[in-house]
Design a protein around this ligand. Structure first.
Ligand SMILES: Nc1ncnc2c1ncn2[C@@H]1O[C@H](COP(=O)(O)OP(=O)(O)OP(=O)(O)O)[C@@H](O)[C@H]1O
Ligand SMILES: [Mg+2]
Length: 201
């Protein structure tokens, strides 16, 4: 049994700096992230919360001029996520992200959730069906979509789209999930469902 006061370390930022070109957005962050816990970031607008989150799955690599210093260690393998030898695609399989605005792909509900699995090379229909159902159940949206899996994801409501994006993030069995204000555009009931889900996960 895990002792309450001594949780397992899942990740740790060590002297992390981040630059958008010349602008230094993160300054000397040292912060532990514990396994099977919810870690919340609170701070004023513009203080760097999103910048910090995006560092974990190397989203900043998509734009030229962005630069990291320091390390983000990921456990149990003690990988430095920021190391140039670490493949960002592999990192994004292990660390999923859900954004403020739901951003489903212009594809069917089914193919949205299948996407990461297909990138991994999984094309067996039975395996995909199973994993997709599991992820949609995990995101508490299965009952609402099970009879319309081939519908376009864009036909879903905002709250449903956000839960679909959570299912998409869950499908590859990530070890860490990053949520950047995922409920700020949702009503209180949809917000409650997502908060409950985060605690269950
Ligand atoms: N793509 C970008 N290029 C240049 N500067 C950026 C970029 N994105 C964010 N910044 C700047 O980096 C700093 C941190 O922004 P960030 O979005 O991380 O803040 P935040 O804490 O998430 O704020 P909010 O609560 O408003 O979402 C801000 O000064 C912001 O203007
Ligand atoms: Mg933000």
């Amino acid at each position: 049994m895990q002792i309450h006061d001594n949780p397992t370390l899942k990740a740790e930022a060590r002297n992390l700096n981040f630059y958008y070109g010349e602008a230094k957005a993160l300054k000397g962050i040292n912060m532990p992230i514990y396994d099977k816990k919810v870690t919340a970031l609170i701070g004023p607008s513009g203080c760097g919360k999103s910048t910090y989150l995006r560092s974990f799955n190397r989203m900043h690599d998509l734009y030229p001029g962005n630069r990291y210093e320091g390390e983000i260690r990921f456990f149990p393998d003690n990988t430095n996520l920021l190391s140039p030898e670490v493949d960002p695609i592999e990192v994004r399989m292990r660390i999923g992200m859900v954004f403020q605005k739901p951003n489903p792909f212009p594809k069917s509900i089914y193919e949205n959730v299948a996407y990461g699995l297909r990138v991994r090379g999984e094309n067996n229909k039975r395996v995909l069906d199973d994993k997709i159902e599991h992820a949609l159940r995990g995101a508490a949206i299965w009952d609402e979509v099970k009879d319309r899996l081939q519908d376009l994801a864009s036909n879903l409501s905002g709250g449903q789209q956000q839960r679909l994006c959570i299912a998409r993030a869950l499908a590859t069995d990530p070890e860490l999930l990053l949520f950047d204000e995922p409920t700020s555009a949702l009503d209180p009931i949809a917000t409650g469902a997502i908060e409950e889900l985060v605690h269950e996960l």
